[in-house]
Design a protein. Structure first.
Length: 345
């Protein structure tokens, strides 16, 4: 169905978006024309790039329902998150989760914060967070909205309740495994900061990402959003990567992003039920209210080699093999995976 848009789909079963999203034929053509513009127009290409940047910011604002002044194109998650936490008051108490995304953890450890950590739990994580914050007067909670190593999707409703209970809590999210995989409205969310890279679920290629900040965050640091913008855009920016992000987001809009996500959600539920029935994923996955479309297959390197042999794109993660389903995956992909796992092939 999508193999004409994403040619790699015709060469195997691509279950590796959580590692890197596919590049579309449309984006390849767009990037080629963008570079040709540079080739033929030289300095005018750079002069026109500021229009590209403004358009990209408008697109990010519209796509994620965030005030345009508070939305920025960045190089990647790691640079974006560091741009904002550098302005936060020092000695604040920050709660992190052990084994969360390493760059998220190191971003806070590099600064002068008081770091608190809790263990990663498959079940009861939200209760643990609530209890710890209540007992330790935590100022900042920073976590991945979807855990890269397990696919655990934090309960957004829980975070909303948490903010009501602790209105001064600053909530910072790594959205790299979330944005583009789920419908998201920043301004109506409980988050004060969300940063993400664009090369995974947003399908935007390398060198770009998004950063969104709340009024609450700006009030805390006592700065205008323009100050953040000036820091981000010191020197030149990656014109091609910025234009690629803009193109990718607009492509998702044109395809009907909400419908794509509904379609993916139905498939994700089928994947969860199927893999649970054959005992290939942890039992905790079915016990949570919601789960992302990232799953860890229980198996060793021999199973990984077998999957690769049958042209199933995946990656080793932790104690298992990580697979991930995007909107371009199908039930046929699931059936094929099931047959390989059941040794029917």
């Amino acid at each position: 169905m999508y193999s004409k848009i994403f040619p790699l789909l015709s060469k195997g079963i691509y279950l590796n978006t959580a590692y890197v999203g596919l590049l579309s034929e449309g984006l390849v053509e767009f990037r080629a024309n963008n570079e040709k513009d540079y080739l033929q127009n030289g300095e005018h290409y750079k002069k026109n790039s500021y229009k590209t940047l403004e358009e990209a910011h408008r697109t990010v604002s519209r796509f994620f329902s965030v005030n345009k002044k508070n939305a920025f194109v960045v190089n990647n998650f790691s640079s974006g998150i560091r741009h904002v936490i550098r302005f936060l008051p020092k000695k604040l108490k920050v709660l992190l989760i052990d084994n969360d995304y390493p760059s998220l953890i190191s971003a806070f450890e590099e600064e002068d914060f008081i770091i608190h950590k809790i263990p990663m739990l498959d079940l009861g994580l939200e209760d643990q967070i609530d209890d710890y914050i209540s007992k330790n007067q935590i100022d900042i909670l920073a976590l991945s909205i979807v855990q890269y190593s397990t696919g655990l999707l934090i309960d957004i409703n829980f975070l909303e309740s948490l903010k009501l209970k602790h209105p001064n809590l600053i909530l910072i999210g790594d959205g790299t495994q979330f944005l583009g995989a789920h419908k998201f409205s920043f301004d109506s969310s409980p988050f004060d900061v969300v940063a993400a890279s664009g090369y995974k679920w947003l399908l935007a290629g390398f060198g770009n990402g998004v950063l969104m900040i709340s009024k609450r965050y700006l009030d805390l640091i006592n700065q205008e959003a323009s100050v953040i913008r000036d820091i981000i855009f010191k020197g030149h920016f990656n014109i091609l990567a910025t234009a690629s992000l803009n193109f990718a987001l607009q492509s998702l809009e044109k395809q009907g992003f909400e419908n794509l996500m509904n379609q993916k959600a139905v498939l994700t539920e089928k994947v969860k039920n199927s893999l649970s029935e054959i005992n290939k994923i942890g039992s905790w996955v079915s016990k949570r209210k919601q789960h992302s479309s990232i799953f860890i297959l229980e198996g060793n390197k021999d199973l990984f080699k077998k999957l690769k042999k049958f042209k199933i794109h995946c990656v080793l993660r932790g104690k298992g093999i990580r697979i991930s389903f995007h909107y371009y995956n199908t039930e046929e992909d699931l059936f094929y995976l099931e047959n390989v796992l059941k040794e029917n092939i």
